[in-house]
Design a protein around this ligand. Structure first.
Ligand code: CP
Length: 341
């Protein structure tokens, strides 16, 4: 999925010209390496604000951010709200329940109504893949941030994952990251792949054949590099995939998105694809263990590992606030660095 703006940005990069100011953040496939590293640098600086006793900076005073969550969320919704408020923006939260969407108002008419109130930015989560792209095409004054659309993309989760890995591993070029689980339904996996490849890491997707995103892999088979994206490979055997990995990301089994028959029995899944202590020991010493949350402890990740030293799951959440501050700052001011906030 691309937008006219994304194409314009790509053309400008190809011509060596400065791309137009980014108004929307829809997925990482249209972010350059420099843009991602700039955001991560900014997020590292923004993170300092979380340590202060008064967690407030005036950078976005006078800006209005709306969050529209049409699917459940804890981490993403709260951290966007916290990020906006810490930078002194006014943040207004809307959910499907209690809004006029319940009376049948369409997504576009809801967004046009919010734009008419002169909001600056709409952060949207939708069960429908592509919904934020549709809004970005149809809103002329309000920017759009994708906070997760169906099974398609979750760019800010990918940014916080990259930030977490970079803070522990340094430069991600040449690092090997294993993403294990239900990649087929995972918008996190798709965005992580784009972000990791942009920063030069290689990715192994591991899971049952029925839960791997064949459209993304375009021809990759067991042990064979995916045809569509260099540096991305598939391995169905988790013991083999995890050997010497620098980081392991366990994905949530998305019960709410399963088609009949795609998921092996839960006992079979747990036996073959759960990240257990024994399997984690096969990764590089000190390998990072991550999960986007919410976790099904005891299914995709052993309960004994979920809160163990080395597991960075809560660190990911903290970084999520910082990365969202950096993104909001850049989208609303046009500036990359937020260190002075
Ligand atoms: N990782 C993630 O998107 O979590 P939430 O659904 O709680 O926002």
């Amino acid at each position: 999925m691309t937008t006219a703006l994304a194409e314009e940005r790509r053309d400008a990069r190809a011509d060596g010209a400065a791309p137009p100011r980014r108004r929307h953040a829809l997925d990482l496939d249209d972010f350059s390496r420099d843009e991602i590293t700039g955001l991560l640098d900014s997020a590292d600086a923004m993170r300092e604000l979380l340590r202060r006793s008064i967690k407030k900076a005036p950078s976005l005073r006078g800006k209005v951010i709306l969050t529209l969550f049409l699917e459940p969320s804890t981490r993403t919704r709260v951290s966007f709200e916290q990020a906006g408020k810490m930078l002194s923006a006014d943040v207004i939260n809307i959910s499907g329940s209690g809004s006029s969407a319940e009376k049948g108002e369409s997504l576009l008419n809801t967004a046009l109504t919010l734009q008419a109130m002169r909001a600056d930015l709409l952060v949207v989560r939708s069960p429908h893949s592509g919904a934020p792209y549709f809004l970005a095409r149809n809103l002329d004054r309000m920017g759009v941030v994708n906070a997760g659309d169906g099974r398609h993309a979750h760019p800010t989760q990918a940014l916080l994952d990259l930030m977490t890995m970079r803070r522990s591993l340094g430069d991600l070029a040449g690092k090997r990251v294993v993403i294990v689980g239900d990649a087929l339904h995972s918008r996190v996996a798709r965005s992580d792949v784009f972000g990791l490849r942009a920063l030069g890491a290689s990715v192994t997707l591991c899971g049952p054949p029925t839960l791997l995103p064949l459209d993304l892999l375009r021809g990759g088979g067991a042990g064979v590099p995916a045809a569509g994206i260099p540096g991305v490979s598939v391995e169905h055997d988790l013991d083999r995939a995890i050997a010497d990995a620098d980081a392991v990301i366990a994905l949530r089994i998305q019960q709410e998105r399963q088609e009949a028959g795609a998921l092996p029995g839960m006992r079979e899944y747990t036996r073959r694809w759960q990240v257990t202590e024994a399997r984690y020991r096969k990764a590089k010493p000190g390998a990072l263990l991550m999960h986007p949350g919410p976790m099904n402890e005891g299914i995709e990740i052993a309960s004994s590992l979920a809160h163990a030293p080395g597991a960075l799951i809560e660190e990911q959440v903290t970084n999520g606030v910082a990365v969202r501050m950096a993104l909001l700052y850049q989208l609303l001011t046009g500036e990359r660095e937020g260190g002075e906030a």
